[in-house]
Ligand binder design. Structure first.
Ligand code: AMP
Ligand code: MG
Length: 419
């Protein structure tokens, strides 16, 4: 195993005391490996998991040419683009109830959506344009050969891989796997993530606050953020700034977890023991990241577990989680091809910003008659967790960027997508 120091040393522009966000991402990525284990699960339980196998269809989907509309199945040679014609209906084809006789010259078959195309027929004329009297069907001009027919295998073709290992399984993939008749799939084992918060000032919910205490909220945001990633999360509670307790928490976490997340105790000049302990127990780098919020952060390895030592402030925890930890955990889970798109919106206001750091302001994207705009949620302190709750996006102000004028485009990262 390479040391963390070796892995990050080759990154151009790596500077632990003024680390750019993109360089921090690169440094983290250089130190990660995806989990190896896999297990077989029923399709439903595969939701949110990472596929560990290739899915190669054994069948075509759909399995037969079939009708896309309710109407009459006809031979394209019989119908005409220029004139009305008369056909004789020889039977009915329904979804799941095929009609077995071939369609001959001058004949047609009443057909419903999803029904297999009878032999000889290659075109469907929709019922709305035809006139039927008993078995006599009048088809108007204007029909095109092959219209309203869904070809066998147009969705999935037997023999050609449709999903690859590393695919994140969402609703569409579950349906797609089910459409092939597959009942079980192999998925990567869930990533194990242990987390705890450090700080003598932290009280746990349910207990009354003593003087100078605050309720620990970070464990709850972490619980929520980890749940959305589908990892197996172990909440190890609050750990006092006490070397003995901290040491045993780190040792316990690293014994079984793939990743450890802590909050607090990594800021400069802090009297916390966390930093010393992290450094003592493993190989841990302490970064000052050129970003706001979330400047101090520790990253490294304790035992076999990757460590993310996040700052203590509640907004900084969320920002560093979303900008660094989320992607890292996805990668470790074996996922490939994940992207967090940056979209462009017009700033509805001026925003103060100095070049030399990336800022993640909490914003609200909204639409007015001129298009998509974004405003900030107001107070942007790293302790103002309300700013995350009121926001629907991060306004990402790039490293080099200075102040933003109202009307300028800015990049936004939406909190919620459809999937
Ligand atoms: P630290 O990085 O340990 O100096 O923490 C910075 C600040 O973040 C502290 O002064 C607390 O106000 C706050 N903080 C730290 N941990 C938590 C937590 N678990 N929940 C809520 N706020 C916290
Ligand atoms: Mg602290």
């Amino acid at each position: 195993m390479n040391t963390i120091a070796q892995a990050v040393s080759c990154i151009e522009g790596y500077d632990p005391d003024a680390l750019r966000v993109d360089k921090a991402c690169e440094a983290i990525r250089a130190c990660l490996t995806p989990v190896a284990g896999a297990e077989r699960v029923p399709v439903r339980e595969a939701l949110g998991r990472v596929l560990a196998q290739e899915i190669v269809p054994q069948i075509d989907v759909p399995g037969h040419d079939n009708s896309a509309m309710d109407g009459w199945a006809v031979r394209s040679k019989d119908v005409s683009f220029d004139k009305e014609i008369q056909l004789n209906e020889i039977g009915k084809a329904l979804a799941g109830k095929p009609f077995h006789r071939p369609v001959g010259v001058g004949e047609c078959v009443r057909i419903m959506t999803g029904a297999v195309m009878p032999a000889g027929a290659d075109t469907v004329v929709v019922q709305e344009v035809c006139r039927a009297h008993g078995i006599n069907v009048t088809v108007p001009p204007g029909q095109r050969a092959g219209q309203n027919v869904r070809a066998a295998g147009e969705d999935l073709k037997a023999g050609s891989a449709v999903l690859k290992p590393g695919q994140w399984l969402r609703a569409a993939e579950l349906g797609l796997i089910a459409s092939l008749g597959i009942s079980e799939v192999s998925v990567k084992r869930r990533l194990r993530v242990a987390f705890f918060c450090t700080g003598d000032e932290l009280a746990s919910i349910g207990a009354p606050l003593q003087e100078g205490e605050i309720y620990d909220s970070n464990r709850y945001t972490l619980h929520g953020m980890l749940a959305a990633l589908g990892v197996q999360a172990f909440d190890m509670g609050v750990v006092r700034d006490d070397p003995v307790l901290l040491e045993s928490a780190f040792i316990k976490a690293s014994a079984s977890a793939d990743a450890i997340i802590t909050t607090g105790g990594v800021s400069v000049g802090e009297a916390d023991f966390v930093k010393q302990l992290m450094a003592k127990l493993g190989e841990v780098l302490f970064w000052k990241i050129a970003m706001r919020p979330g400047r101090p952060m520790a990253f490294g390895r304790i035992g076999d577990a990757i460590l993310f030592g996040l700052p203590g402030n509640p907004v900084a925890v969320m920002v560093t989680f979303y900008q660094f930890v989320r992607e890292a955990l996805q990668f470790m889970s074996g996922r490939v091809g994940f992207a967090n798109p940056l979209l462009s919106a017009t700033s509805a206001q001026s925003i103060r910003k100095v070049p030399g750091r990336t800022e993640y302001q909490r914003g609200v994207v909204f639409r007015d008659r001129n298009g998509w705009k974004v405003r900030t949620t107001g107070q942007q302190g790293s302790g103002v967790l309300r700013s995350m709750s009121e926001a629907n996006c991060f306004i990402v102000l790039e490293h080099e960027r200075g102040a933003v004028q109202a009307g300028e485009p800015v990049q936004v990262q939406l909190f919620e997508g459809l999937l």
